[in-house]
Design a protein around this ligand. Structure first.
Ligand SMILES: Cc1cc2nc3c(=O)[nH]c(=O)nc-3n(C[C@H](O)[C@H](O)[C@H](O)COP(=O)(O)OP(=O)(O)OC[C@H]3O[C@@H](n4cnc5c(N)ncnc54)[C@H](O)[C@@H]3O)c2cc1C
Ligand SMILES: NC(=O)c1ccc[n+]([C@@H]2O[C@H](COP(=O)([O-])OP(=O)(O)OC[C@H]3O[C@@H](n4cnc5c(N)ncnc54)[C@H](O)[C@@H]3O)[C@@H](O)[C@H]2O)c1
Length: 483
């Protein structure tokens, strides 16, 4: 059965009872549906835009594709012998074409086919709860399908960008991350508002593609990470020609052809495009939460299995960005695996859900890895030193200059970067790690394993990093700790 036929057949159904309905076929919705269906439950997935969601088409994949060629070029330029061979700049048109290939030209047919092959039924349209265990789907072809569920409804509707209330902003046709990851041309001048992950990644991507970029942040960059992460990224952005302005906010925005942004320090910036990257909120509006006793557009409270609090009967789950837990694809997919598995298990009878079981997303509280894909990369997992202290731990902080690691000095001449390990002295285990430097992303999983496994430092000592790799930073951190 082709997916197109599947969608048309399902849309003709007026009233249907199924085991599970997943609203939203982003990375998270796909995973929860797949896991729930593995024991034979009848699972319907509803998607109003593209199967694959934000990450595939307007977020993770296109943004990383926009960054990667610039990183490769910069890496070559740091190596004598290679530097002489790469005398030109980036070919922006080729980079944009490669970006587009990662989105399959914003065509979701292959992901829709995957749903089909996994035995899931796709309904293309907008879903809305109409009461306990009941939903209505307005199909993209205008038909309406009423669904009743036996087991569960899973909200996997993602998140939407937040636009700050600045006079003139909404009328100035600002870019959100969607326009900034799907643009077909390099803007001559770009202003980016927001010093978070989206802001720094896309500021660097477009600067390296040839745009004159101004980055506005009301405080430092990458708040919530160790301070040195934002400082090193700001330094690198400035070296790429980005005008990084810290401690400023826009007071008025006017579009008259170009965009004119007036700032709190009385200065003015003009640009061709204005990217707003000031965070995202869970997509809980218009999904009918008020019909099941919750607030339309309100935030959700979910337990570690994804079950939503405040709804009788244990049938409503939420996972991924919409849950308000962690807004990252890999962690959302982890949450989704727990939720999908627990739905399948509960369909068969009562289930125990202790911490660290396959039914509970326990790691959300201890070890959430994140990579900021700038150059230098920022790779962080667990607690920062400040967060560990706030949690009341007896903390020891160990810092190491990554440039002193033999493997790093081979990777790039003049390698700059910093590593921090945060140790809970009482348990003598690592509770947080941050690496900043070229190509540190792949170091992160070792840190995640150490934290999740609560590996005692004395045992971690025996995990010997190969010479001369950048991973030798682990040895240096442990030696600096005192082992
Ligand atoms: C620019 C950018 C870059 C990012 N880069 C990374 C990265 O490198 N690594 C990382 O881990 N994370 C990254 N993220 C975060 C990541 O994109 C999200 O965490 C992830 O997409 C969340 O997945 P989700 O399935 O919960 O939501 P989404 O991907 O948003 O999917 C939700 C789906 O639900 C559908 N939907 C919503 N309402 C309805 C409805 N009523 N009926 C039917 N369908 C509906 C939507 O159309 C959508 O397809 C990035 C985010 C941005 C903005
Ligand atoms: N590589 C990755 O993992 C990656 C990449 C991009 C996005 N994401 C995820 O997507 C989500 C959204 O990213 P984001 O960067 O939009 O959000 P964010 O929360 O990371 O950063 C938002 C930034 O905007 C600032 N801000 C908020 N309101 C403002 C205002 N009124 N005026 C000026 N500045 C304001 C904040 O201080 C913060 O620096 C994040 O949760 C992030 O985890 C992840």
């Amino acid at each position: 059965m082709s997916t197109g036929q599947g969608a048309a057949e399902a849309a003709r159904e007026v009233d249907r009872t199924v085991d599970v309905v997943v609203i939203g076929a982003g990375a998270v919705g796909e995973n929860v549906a797949d896991r729930a269906a593995r024991t034979g439950l009848d699972v319907v997935v509803v998607e109003k835009e593209l199967v694959g969601g934000e990450c595939s088409y307007w977020a993770c994949m296109p943004s990383k594709a926009l960054l990667r060629s610039g990183h490769a070029l910069a890496a070559a330029q740091r190596l004598p012998g290679a530097a002489e061979a790469v005398t030109g700049g980036l070919d922006a048109a080729r980079v944009l074409a490669r970006r587009t290939s990662f989105t399959s030209g914003w065509d979701d047919s292959s992901q829709a086919q995957w749903l089909d092959s996994a035995g899931l039924t796709l309904l293309r349209g907008t879903a809305r709860l109409t009461g306990p265990r009941r939903l209505e789907v307005t199909g993209t072809d205008g038909t309406t399908t009423s669904l009743t569920v036996r087991q569960a409804v899973v909200l996997a509707t993602g998140s939407v960008p937040v636009l700050p209330d600045v006079p003139g902003l909404a009328d100035a046709s600002p870019w959100t991350s969607r326009e900034a990851t799907s643009a077909r041309e390099v803007p001559g001048r770009l202003v980016v508002l927001g010093g978070g992950v989206v802001g720094v990644e896309l500021a660097q991507a477009w600067a390296r593609l040839g745009s004159t970029v101004t980055l506005l942040a009301r405080s430092g960059l990458l708040g919530g990470q160790e301070d040195f992460a934002g400082e090193l990224v700001a330094e690198a952005l400035r070296a790429d020609g980005v005008d990084v302005r810290l401690g400023v906010s826009p007071t008025r925005v006017v579009r008259d052809g170009a965009v004119r942004v007036e700032l709190s320090d009385s200065s003015v910036v003009e640009a061709d495009e204005f990217l707003v990257a000031t965070g995202r909120r869970p997509a809980t509006s218009g999904v009918g939460l008020e019909t099941v006793g919750l607030e339309d557009g309100g935030s959700l409270e979910v337990d570690d299995t994804g079950l939503v609090a405040g709804v009788d009967g244990s049938w409503l789950y939420a996972t991924g960005d919409v849950s308000g837990r962690v807004k990252l694809t890999h962690q959302g997919k982890y949450d989704a695996r727990a939720t999908g598995d627990v739905i399948a298990a509960r369909a068969a009878g009562p289930v125990e859900t202790p911490a660290w079981s396959k039914y509970t997303a326990t790691a959300d509280h201890h070890a959430v890895p994140q990579v900021v894909f700038t150059d230098p990369e920022v790779a962080q997992v667990g607690l920062t030193a400040a967060q560990a202290r706030e949690a009341g731990m007896d903390v020891k902080v160990v810092d190491y200059d990554m440039g002193n690691v033999a493997g790093a000095s081979l990777v790039a001449d003049g390698y700059t970067g910093k590593a921090r390990m945060v140790v809970d002295e009482q348990r003598r285990v690592v509770v947080g790690v941050t690496f900043v430097g070229q190509d540190v992303a792949e170091l992160l999983h070792a840190a995640t394993v150490a934290i999740v496994g609560e590996v005692p430092l004395e045992r971690l000592w025996h995990a010997v990093p190969a010479y001369p790799t950048v991973s030798e930073v682990w040895l240096r951190l442990l030696e600096s700790y005192g082992l």
